[in-house]
Design a protein around this ligand. Sequence first.
Ligand code: RIB
Ligand code: CA
Length: 326
Amino acid sequence: MPVPVILDCDPGHDDAFNILLAAAHPAVELLALTTVAGNQTVEKTTLNARRVCEVAGIRGVPIAAGRDRPLRGGPDREPRVAADIHGGSGLDGPGFGEGEPDVPQDPRDALTLIRDTLLTHPAPVTLVPTGPLSNIATFLLAHPELTPRIERIVLMGGSTGRGNTTPAAEFNILCDPEAADIVFSSGLPITMIGLNATHQARATPEVVARIAALGTPLARLCVQLLTYFAGTYREVYGFDTPPLHDPLTVAHLIDPSLISLVRAAVSVELTGTHTRGATVVDLHGVTGRPANADVGMEVDVPGFWELVIDAVRVLGEPAEGPPDTP
Ligand code: RIB
Ligand code: CA
């Protein structure tokens, strides 16, 4: 049986590939997409989610917008964005044009769409947040009665080591540490795929060349996304190749053998002057805190890229089948 999922995302180049992977692979049933402020404003991340679905031919998956700011954000506190990595649109690189995508935005807000999806789906649903946890935390606070309908939360965020936005904090967690604390304290089954794992999943020139060789319009768009992403990661972090963080969440659901896991107590630092937003992962059980998450560690990188490249292939093929071979 495919794993029913809701992606809560902030597209974002890597979020975009996670959407493709969830839509393409038969082991996953993509029930809904919700968006959140993160890499860019929620208006832009929502437009980007619609654009990705349009170019990939993903239809019938409702897309609803969520929170425009963190739980502690107020009208005077503009949310943090990551324009240095994802650009002013949040999905710079391809020329999407100015027109509205032909994939509509659902009239419901994110929390209503999540609620409706959990109530109508016949089995518990896995939530896959790959942006700040503002929507997920707000949903858990608003609908405690629906937690039995949540199978697990598989999130991209945090790190067992250093951060990427401060020396201590990873972007998704730092954007809304209070939300992350609520999620990690919820008692729900959690899988945390952090930077210590995602930094292994680099989009090398060989990977990009394999995607380019697919020769479809979607493949060309993916190459444009990865090329832009590689440029900003080189400029900002000095990485020779960019880590594609978010698709490791769905890849883990497709094939749990791809990422090794350890059980650990994960705490979110809320007050540290220099460490706010850090995920403090007690890998050796020295704190005595009960383990509250399965933490991703070692990645089967070739196996991961096979899934991603195949998703681009499957979605890029015309409905009537693969392009004529030359
Ligand atoms: O720190 C990386 C994470 O922050 C990724 O999910 C990226 O898309 C941004 O949301
Ligand atoms: Ca993201």
